[in-house]
Design a protein around this ligand. Structure first.
Ligand code: PEP
Ligand code: MG
Length: 851
């Protein structure tokens, strides 16, 4: 919350001219140490460019962008002129002069409040003449000071003297260049991927918490403020760079250099970004004999496809500069757009995580950091205060930073320019009132584009694309990483000539070779198709047999169900061969909207899902909110360790207002659909299950509905360890390997550096699953798996070998999992599982299958 201490409010002042009024308000800011005395010139210059009169007798003078370096700390000051002063050509006199020194985005709050104040004429008129500064403080900050000093005291000479002393102390800390901060040290950046968004965010957090000033620089450059993400990224600090860290506080300097030295949370043993994500360019093992032309790019994702090309030019966003608008309203618009973009990203993160995994979702978490970058928002707001529209201001502020990033030598860091452009476009779409970007392909094509944003790519899928080639981009771009997750061949950095290829050109795309062959001869097309043949035949056989029951070659049943969240996806899942729904994540009902769905709305959705299953089992999981699944409108408290906090069933116990309506909706549906099962997430103790069961029993009694199968998710190690006790009371278990792995290995499932190690095939995780299966068997209960490992080509086999009876996977995996099971006998899988349990690590387990 922005502060407006009493010494920054001057009551009962007089000014003969606007210039005098500005001098007074600038004087208050200077006396309080918010600005250098020279800032008044910036304020005057600003008035010559545009009028800062807002209406209702209020003006908001502020400095030009050129004078921003004179701001030491964000602040506002108010000069009340009961007698008024003429402001430019305005007819009305100004009674409240609100001087703004905008060095951070905190003053968005003030502008928001101002909108409300402006709309309340009675309040404004009171503020013109009040003799109590607390009235003004309250109106602008929303908080009334605890004990408001009597009128006049704020301007007692002694107090003014103290303020002067305070400002003198602040002036010592003033920074004009990095070297002027008194303490400095050098440290070599150890991060394999350089100073990218995540470590920079962590560093900014440390510095902000300390309250000290810290700059980073390399060589002679002007350096970056270590609280500003974009400034730090723009330095292009790569692994091994000698970084000069300077600060005004010796202890902070030490804390910062120590944090940098130890990697700021990055895995320092990880290979460099390029080595980690770049597919190796292989000698093409198939080359066409006679093609019209070959476009060479950089391999980004493997695969060979034959098809027709289609150009994709992103819709240009037309942003006009319309100076002279209402800065308050424009700042409000920007604020709303930033919030909307944040929510959109939250949904995208969930979606990408469900479809492609945590490491891909982390890409969009970094987008959230870029969106929240203080420096960028400050810059945009400063432009708004200069009279520009929100869209133009934001485009300029982000555009400058995109250019800076593009200029970096290091390709991995330069590739982040695409990420920032993506964020920019997301916010601009909101500001311009445009709908979601759509990549229209008009059918499966080889898409050619100048570049694709990570968001574009996340929206694409095999239905609309065979593969893609971009003129720009790099193999380490997030776009390329997502393409690999989609299983689509992709080539990047193919050069601008790509964009001249007419739509409908016949082509072969070889992702592994990084080549696009145009107008191939018929013989070459045949050759390429033959190469695709073997794999395609395998895929096709799997598809053809998708409706057969899931079973091993010797007929031991392993049900293969789908994880789907909406009734609308049921048809697709059944068509793909799903034998039921093993996990309906009901939190998606909550995540996809901006208010809590009512009991009736929930009932409708569960009923539609239950009916669509036509008697096949449906496992509805109660709300699993918390951890990574944030529902902004629930206003839940932030937690330091959200995965270890109030999530899943724990949140439901805390919030019966959410839990009970859901239980009632399920009970009603189950009354008519005996295929409905209910399952509780994040069960850690026997008491958790008993409490949830008791609440459901109470609801059933109230509604007079029948008993239904009740299960618990095994996703906390303690639940696996007490599986024997739990198995006596539950009807079934479903193992959530995503969480069970993170809690067993103590590796955050969203941690991009740990993602490769967070593998459910680790024998420690497999041992817990074995405990669970053995306990369930002793009590005649069954175990399913609905975490990601169930759909993994190794995981499905090992889990079935451990005795798991149901694998619930994403829809596209149903046919391939069934086919994999069919290729092995039950005995074979049991042996595999036994061997897996004896391996030292996950790689060794995977090697048992992959060789
Ligand atoms: C899991 O943890 O494996 C699981 C299926 O639940 P979610 O991914 O929704 O946390
Ligand atoms: Mg889970």
């Amino acid at each position: 919350m922005i502060q407006l201490p009493q010494q920054l409010v001057k009551i009962g002042a007089q000014a003969r001219t606007k210039d005098e009024a500005i001098a007074q308000v600038a004087g208050l800011l200077a006396a309080n140490g918010n600005v250098d005395p020279g800032y008044v010139e910036g304020m005057r210059a600003r008035e010559t460019q545009a009028n800062t009169y807002l209406g209702n007798g209020i003006a908001i003078p502020h400095g030009t962008p050129e004078s921003r370096h004179l701001i030491r700390q964000t602040g506002i000051a108010v000069v009340q002129l009961p007698g008024g002063v003429q402001w430019g050509d305005e007819d009305e006199p100004v009674h409240l002069v609100i001087g703004i020194a905008a060095a951070s985005d905190e003053h968005l709050q003030i502008l928001r409040r101002l909108t409300r104040v402006l709309g309340d004429e009675a309040l404004v008129e009171k503020l013109w003449v009040t003799t109590d500064p607390a009235d003004i403080q309250e109106a602008l900050t929303g908080e009334r000071p605890a004990a408001s000093a009597p009128l006049g005291e704020a301007r007692q000479p002694e107090q003014a003297q103290q303020l002067q002393t305070g400002s003198a102390a602040a002036a010592v800390r003033r920074e004009t260049a990095p070297g002027e901060l008194p303490f400095a040290a050098q440290v070599t950046l150890p991060n394999p991927q350089g100073m990218h968004a995540r470590p920079a965010t962590m560093l900014a957090g440390i510095v902000k918490k300390s309250g000290a000033r810290v700059r980073l620089s390399k060589g002679e450059g002007k350096g970056a403020d270590a609280t500003k993400l974009m400034e730090m990224l723009s330095l292009g600090l790569t692994q091994g760079t000698l970084v000069t860290v300077s600060s005004d506080n010796e202890a902070t300097l030490k804390a910062v250099t120590d944090a940098i030295r130890t990697g700021l949370g990055d895995d320092l043993s990880a290979p460099s970004a390029a080595a980690q994500t770049k597919p190796q360019r292989r000698e093409p093992d198939w080359v066409p004999a006679q093609v019209g032309a070959t476009v060479e790019g950089v391999p980004a994702a493997d695969g060979l496809v034959v098809g027709y090309t289609r150009q994709h030019a992103p819709r240009a966003l037309e942003v006009k500069d319309t100076p002279g608008g209402d800065p308050v309203a424009e700042a409000e618009r920007l604020d709303t757009a930033l919030k909307a973009a944040h929510t959109e990203l939250l949904n995208l993160i969930d979606d990408v995580q469900a479809r492609f995994g945590a490491d891909k979702a982390a890409i969009f978490r970094a987008h959230q950091e870029l969106l929240a970058d203080e420096g960028t928002v400050q810059d945009a707001v400063a432009r708004i205060l200069d009279g520009h529209g929100a869209a133009w201001a934001y485009q300029q502020a982000t555009g400058e930073r995109v250019l800076q990033l593009q200029k970096l030598d290091d390709p991995t860091l330069a590739a982040r320019a695409v990420d920032l452009s993506d964020v920019q476009r997301r916010v601009l779409r909101w500001l311009l009132g445009l709908g979601e970007d759509r990549v229209e392909t008009g059918g499966p094509v080889i898409l050619l584009a100048p570049d694709l944003t990570p968001s574009d790519t996340a929206r694409l899928g095999p239905d609309s694309l065979l593969g893609f080639v971009t003129a720009q981009g790099g193999p380490t771009s997030h776009t390329a990483i997502i393409a690999r997750g989609l299983g689509l061949p992709a080539v990047v950095a193919a050069g601008a000539g790509l964009l001249d290829i007419p739509d409908g050109t016949h082509a072969i795309l070889d992702g592994a070779a990084g080549r696009l062959y145009l107008n191939p001869s018929a013989a070459d097309v045949t050759g390429a198709q033959e190469r695709q043949g073997v794999l395609a035949r395998e895929r096709e056989a799997a598809r053809a047999a998708r409706h057969e029951p899931g079973a091993t070659s010797d007929g031991q049943r392993v049900e293969v169900a789908a994880n789907i969240n909406r009734a609308a996806d049921a048809e697709g899942a059944l068509d793909a061969g799903a034998e039921g729904v093993g996990l309906m994540r009901t939190e998606f009902l909550f995540l996809e909207r901006d208010s809590v769905p009512t009991e009736d709305e929930q009932e409708q959705e569960y009923r539609a899902m239950a009916a669509a299953m036509e008697g096949r089992p449906l496992i509805i999981r109660t709300l699993d909110i918390g951890g990574d699944k944030e529902v902004p409108y629930l206003g839940l408290a932030r937690e330091d360790n959200s995965f270890l906090g109030i999530r899943g069933i724990r949140l439901c116990f805390e919030r019966p207002d959410l839990f009970l309506p859901q239980l009632r909706a399920v009970a009603r549906v189950a009354n008519d659909h005996p295929n409905v099962h209910l399952m509780f997430p994040m069960i850690a103790t026997l008491e958790d299950f008993r409490r949830a069961q008791a609440m459901f029993d109470e609801v059933r009694r109230e509604l007079d509905t029948p008993r239904i199968p009740l299960g618990v998710m095994i996703e906390v190690p303690s639940a696996a360890l007490i599986a024997d006790e739990l198995a006596q009371e539950v009807d079934f278990f479903s193992v959530g390997t995503n969480d069970l792995t993170q809690y067993t290995l103590a590796m955050d499932r969203l941690h991009p550096q740990l993602a490769r190690q967070t593998d459910a095939m680790h024998p420690a995780v497999l041992k817990l699953i074995k405990l669970t299966v053995d306990a369930a068997e002793r009590h005649g209960k069954w175990v399913g798996v609905c975490g990601g490992a169930a759909g993994d080509d190794v995981g499905a086999l090992v889990l079935a070998g451990l005795g798991v009876k149901e694998l619930s996977v994403s829809t596209p995996q149903v046919a391939t999992v069934k086919a994999a099971l069919r290729r092995r006998s039950a005995e074979d899988l049991r042996r595999l599982a036994a061997e897996a349990l004896a391996q030292p690590n996950a790689e060794a387990v995977r090697a048992l299958v992959k060789g």
